[in-house]
Design a binder for this molecule. Structure first.
Ligand code: ADP
Ligand code: MG
Length: 241
């Protein structure tokens, strides 16, 4: 195994069997994400991108093959360990924000910390710091409905960062945004990647977003069909293995 890999998938297979239909969503995917790398997964609707992210992050179990994250096999962890691991080491960003509509921006961002039993005061401070980091500290008191799409996605990114994760999974994070806002969001992710050594795996339909990453991984019909290296990953010196 590559010593600098943060995520390594080996021949992973995922089949959905709902009784009436059987869908081979992943048919043997091999993929390595280096520590400090920012990569894009592209491919047509239904080719298995979301399934792949869910399997890599341990939200979903694979039927065959293995996922190794930071040297630990997800399959060897108990459900509880996997859940804890996700809460402590991973961040998630989705297309439709998944923000609680009745909570303000800062309350949404601090929620994962409160759930992880961080005290109210330090949680609030960390949430405000994260909002500052993504450039919307001035919107801390607004509910999601009072924010633009780009601002909402920044709140989601701030929330994904509060637990200081090693990797952030993003499923179509710019799918609901216009091209200008999409570019701002990918630029923000790049800044976090460079400044904090955060690894990103971003599912996107937008080639303009894909081109801003280090590598485009193309999927078709449940397999990786092509990989295109665009940049050398911005690995922080201190993070290099
Ligand atoms: P993508 O994100 O690339 O659009 P998905 O990973 O969502 O693709 O889906 C891959 C395939 O698996 C599709 O054919 C989809 O219909 C199917 N699929 C996804 N989730 C489920 C599920 N929970 N039950 C059954 N089939 C599913
Ligand atoms: Mg999807």
């Amino acid at each position: 195994m590559s010593t600098s890999a943060i995520v390594e998938a080996r021949s992973i297979v995922k089949t959905y069997d709902t009784g009436a239909v059987r869908v081979d969503a992943l048919r043997g995917v091999d993929l390595t994400l280096e520590r400090g790398e920012m990569a894009a997964i592209m491919g047509p609707s239904g080719c298995g991108k979301t399934t792949l992210l869910n399997c890599l992050s341990g939200l979903d179990a694979v039927d065959a093959g293995e996922v190794v994250i930071e040297g630990t096999s997800l399959g060897e962890m108990s459900d509880r360990e996997r859940t804890d691991y996700r809460a402590r080491h991973m961040g998630f960003v989705f297309q439709f924000y998944n923000l609680m509509p009745v909570l303000t921006a800062v309350e949404n961002v601090e929620l994962p910390l409160l759930l992880a039993r961080v005290g109210a005061k330090p949680a609030r401070q960390k949430a405000l710091d994260a909002l500052e980091l993504v450039g919307i500290a001035d919107r801390a008191g607004h509910v999601p409905d009072a924010l633009s799409g780009g601002e909402r996605q920044r709140v989601t990114i701030a929330r994904s960062l509060v637990n200081d994760p090693a990797i952030v999974w993003a499923d179509e994070p710019t799918g609901d945004l216009d091209s200008e806002n999409a570019q701002e969001i990918v630029a923000l992710m790049r800044r976090l990647n460079v400044e904090r050594g955060l690894s990103f795996l971003i599912v996107t339909h937008d080639i303009a977003v894909g081109r801003k990453t280090d590598r485009i991984i193309r999927m078709l019909d449940g397999v990786v069909v092509e990989e295109q290296q665009l940049e050398v990953p911005h690995v922080l010196a201190g993070h290099a293995a």
